[in-house]
Design a protein around this ligand. Structure first.
Ligand code: CTP
Length: 438
């Protein structure tokens, strides 16, 4: 279990940091908290002290009764310099909430209070969870500060989108929920996300669809497809590995579930549409891997259709909603949308290129289902990821490796370069760049 130093700066979201402490200590971590003076106007030190079981420091010249030790740790024999000792003992330093002001100070290396001077001295991983009004979050100075910190290897979480503190305001700027904050810290400490640039999906919400829809003909029969859900579940697991919060809308998937993923089970295209519509606004990334019916029986029969007296059976079909197209039509800035296309035979990549533009998505992952051993219900896949600036061919590999390659493209599309060490050709056993994409 880890020693987590929590820096709380001034913002209404400071109340969520209390719940984070409760979750972290319940999970066995030991936590010390430092606050900025402004943070104390929102939540008092007594609450953090009670939940952490240790004194809360605000001022660098304050005496720390624990002499920089964390709960469960023996204090040193001398009286060390507070801000240095706290970060020396910490396995990770989480600043949550990070106000726009504190974010700016961290980016510029200011050390005008205990929180910022401890950050400057931190050799442990630094995780920063900004929370502010959306206008401040979108402001050019804040954007530049975030970029500066990320370029330095600091993990800056994406704030959530939703209701903001000011009456009637809605937008990006909410502090991620306490469980997500803890997940992000744990991922930095010990998950695959600790290994490097994959960290850039930390704290994001990823919505994945998996499986194949079934459209009822009558009470017992349906029109379906051969999708097993393997690719979608591999994508969900790969996103969770990278520290994302993952929701998977699963259409008729009978495979083992990943405990880190929240599943919404559906059967029909209409149910899948409803589930995706509900989760889409909060999603930063949509990976639309489900095989969704394009048509459904127009009038499903309530009972069972009997064969007696029939020479043939005709089922009238009507179109379903193009879920991906409908979601893309109401996408907001900052969302990354990836569609999937099962194409048959020559010209698959060209059709995927057209599909990407028609649907208004950032990428289409296409596979040629005419080739044996890949795609539907197979363990392996071989795909081409088509984006606006080129194509990337992913050679035949198991679906987990293909999922990794797709997520690398997502990271790239979101504007953060992935170094070769993060995966690429070596990690996926044969992912090669073709066309414009690295
Ligand atoms: N899709 C969707 N809603 C539908 C049908 C498909 O959201 N009703 C999504 C799939 O999940 C996939 C992408 O759209 O991400 C596939 O695009 P689409 O043009 O529908 O592909 P096909 O169904 O393969 O189309 P066609 O059969 O016409 O080639």
């Amino acid at each position: 279990m880890a020693r987590i130093l929590l820096g709380v700066s001034g913002g209404i979201a400071a109340y969520k940091a209390l719940e984070l402490v409760r979750l972290a200590t319940a999970a066995g971590h030991s936590v010390r908290a430092v606050q900025t003076p402004t943070a104390q106007r929102f939540v008092g030190a007594a609450s953090f002290a009670a939940l952490t079981g240790a004194a809360v420091l605000v001022d660098e010249f304050e005496h720390d009764p624990a002499r920089g030790a964390f709960p469960g740790q023996a204090p040193p024999g001398h009286d060390p310099i507070g801000h240095l000792e706290l970060v020396r003992n910490a396995d990770a330093y989480l600043v949550a909430p990070a106000s726009a002001n504190t974010l700016a100070k961290l980016a510029h290396g200011l050390a005008d209070n205990l929180l910022t001077s401890a950050a400057l001295a931190a050799r442990c991983p630094l995780v920063v969870a900004p929370a502010m009004n959306d206008a401040m979050w979108d402001g050019p100075a804040t954007r530049a500060n975030v970029e500066t910190l990320r370029a330095r290897g600091v993990t800056v979480l994406e704030p959530g989108t939703g209701r903001l503190a000011s009456e009637g305001e809605w937008g990006a700027g909410r502090l991620p929920e306490p469980a997500e904050l803890l997940g992000a810290v744990e991922a930095v400490l010990c998950g695959p996300a600790a290994q490097g640039p994959e960290r850039h999906l930390l704290g994001l919400h990823v919505l994945v669809t998996a499986g194949g829809t079934r459209e009822p003909i009558d009470a017992v029969r349906y029109v379906g497809n051969r999708s097993s859900g393997r690719m979608g579940l591999a994508l969900a697991a790969a996103a969770a590995d990278r520290g994302s919060t993952v929701t998977c809308v699963a259409a008729n998937v009978a495979l083992e579930r990943d405990p880190r993923v929240t599943y919404v089970d559906v059967q029909t295209a209409a149910q899948l549409h409803e589930a995706c519509a509900a989760a889409f606004a909060a999603a930063d990334v949509l990976l639309m891997a489900a095989a969704v019916a394009d048509f459904r029986p127009a009038e499903p029969v309530p009972g069972k259709v009997k064969k007696a007296g029939r020479a043939a059976l005709t089922v009238d079909m009507e179109p379903t909603v193009d879920v991906l197209g409908a979601l893309a039509a109401r996408r907001r800035p900052g969302q990354t949308l990836v569609g999937f296309a099962a194409e048959h035979g020559d010209g698959a990549v060209g059709r995927a290129r057209e599909k990407r533009e028609q649907k208004g998505v950032d990428a289409v992952v296409v596979n040629d289902v005419s080739r044996p051993g890949i795609g539907f219900d197979a363990a392996a896949n071989e795909v081409t990821v088509v984006t606006a600036d080129g194509e990337r061919h992913v050679a035949r590999a198991d679906k987990a490796a293909v999922a990794e390659a797709v997520l690398e493209e997502v990271v790239r599309l979101r504007g953060t370069p992935v170094s070769p060490a993060a995966g690429g050709a070596d990690a996926t056993g044969g992912v090669g760049g073709v066309g414009g994409a690295p």
